[in-house]
Design a protein. Sequence first.
Length: 337
Amino acid sequence: MTSTIKPTRRSFVKTAAVASAAAVWGVPLLVKAAAKHTLKVATLAPDGSTWHKAFKMFGLKLKEKTDGEIEMKIYAGGVMGDEPAMVRKMRSGQLDGSACTSVGLGDINAQLLMLQLPLLFRNEKQLDKVRNAMSDKFKQLLLDGGFVLSGWGDVGRIFLFSDSPIKKPSDVANTKMWVWDTDPISKEIMKVAGVNAVPLGVPDVLPSLQTGVIDAFGAAPYAAIALQWYSKAAYVTNLSLSMGIGGSVLTEKTYNKLEPYHAVMEEVAAATYESLLKRIRKDNKKSMKTLKDKGIAVVQPTNMDEWIDLSVKVRENLTGTLFKEELVNEMLGHLKT
């Protein structure tokens, strides 16, 4: 037996009203069509961090400026794996882009790691000067690897955090220091210092701190808090060992598909990353104070000649082997002027 359910008067009136309004205003009853392009982008930045918020804002602005034709799906917190895994997934087409540190950029082209040589920059002004002066060359290096730079980013000044005080390079030998397993810079620093460091991927750092596999690490203050690594440190050495840098990239294949939107993408990226640089630098300064308030003791470095000798030795060892000598010399030339 077939039964017919009659609509209530209220639902009938409501439906009729919506249909009438749609007819009057010429509004279709269908939900807005899906985006023409959905960009899958990954990052190690924790969900809710300053970096993640900036990437989300980039996506929202891009969607707004393209009338919903481009959307971004952001995979934050390393859910797509460490940065080398992200690069592999971009190359295989599983991801369209990533926001990564110098290690991810260096996996595309190792020359980008020059910017993270130890004691290279005294301040952010020097970093900006070199990065701006050599930006076209760096962009071409990424393009040679099949990637297009959307914008530069900062991680921040890298400090040494530890369970025991680190005042001079030899003190590092008394720690179980972490090095990023795919970062040749940090590996060379530890090699020159005569330290057998523990190589791990970033997602493995916190559990390794919790279990005692490592008890020391290098990080920017804001990153140490955002990643919860600070909770396993008692000391931070007041020496900016290097400048942690990064950048957002898209695969060249994806970028070329979006040719009609290039001008809009560049406009949104310029505004987003300029704002992010200012914000993350403020956050890092605030975070150092926060770390002190949380009871982490600040250790003043000694034997500065030893720290400088270490940094020069690392640069000399990697120049002509990992890094092209002419690029290193150009970079150092910008720092002299």
